[in-house]
Design a binder for this molecule. Sequence first.
Ligand code: PMP
Length: 398
Amino acid sequence: MSHFAAVVGVPGDPILGLLDAYRADPNPAKLDLGVGVYKDASGLTPIPRAVKLAERRLVDGETTKTYIGGHGAPEFGERLQQLVLGADSTLLRDGLAGATQTPGGTGALRLAGEFIARNLPGRGIWLSDPTWPIHEPLFAACGLRVEHYPYVGADNRLDVDAMLDALQRVPAGDVVLLHACCHNPTGFDLAPRDWKRVLEVVKARELLPLLDFAYQGFGDGLVEDAWAVRLFAAELPELLITSSCSKNFGLYRERTGALLLRAESSAKLADVRSQLALLARGLWSTPPSHGAAVVAEILGDAELRALWSAELDDMRRRVANLRSGLVEALRPHGLTERFAHVAQQRGMFSYTGLTAAQVARLRDEFSVYLVGSGRASVAGMSEERLDYLAGAIARVCE
Ligand code: PMP
């Protein structure tokens, strides 16, 4: 008997497939706007200097490799919560919030999904349409009912009214996932007045928000990007937040993140945390240590923190300049109006509004690689190549 005979293959990740095609393309003019990682002007995904310095200290100072606890390193959890909720957060002072260290933001989402599935039976989870492609299979794998609310319409504009209309009809108690900033894949973020409207619906319908916070510092700044998270944490008695250190600390492969939780009382916080520890035990036992130790070191040291924050500012400015630079480069082609949204969007990605057919032409005729949905990873552009890119876009838009 063959045990594996009935196992069928499934297609690989389409974005990684795109990367393979890009690598195999001999055209020296090729541009990779597919993969969602930050790149500097030389096309490298750099290790921030603050991270390197922290790592050196850790290598010298580390005395043991024994396990860290189920919730991870306490100093990581405390400092990350201060970064997310604010150093002066009354929730932290009053013991109403906690953090569980996870392997990346994905680990935090999985832990949240398992928690909801096991401890809040019958709840569905509502995702924006579109959303990060991993959200759906991840929550489905937890056994959750996965539903969608509209976010960006066919005209490639944020449709807040349609979103609110749908949320108003979500069954009471269901979970609604919101991208805290730098919406992936569209780059369209809610304005403060929109967030307030969403909050009102969340309160009225008694929904449980899960704020996915994977790009703190990539939108408008570390504090500015936390605005909605802090508003929700202040206004709601219960809340889940998944925080990722992959992008803002450049720690992608070190798998660093946390599930943050706000509860109504410190006794309830302890109950929920005990469930999270139990679930984490069955998922990854204890979290990886290195990336979290780096983050704790940086956030706990004024000098390293200042250096890191300046490096993050540089990354954010580079992406913002590429956005406005592309819109400018499209001016001679008469396309500034049509692509003005690219400069208004936030974060690593842009829903350009290019069709699948135009994306295919960009790839076949110009060796410009982006995802079929028209999502461009803005950091994959470079200042010197903007005219080439604008020219290619103009040709496929004729
Ligand atoms: N949420 C969103 C919206 C993301 O874009 C990402 C990263 N691409 C994550 C969560 C998780 O990131 P990681 O697991 O690498 O920390």
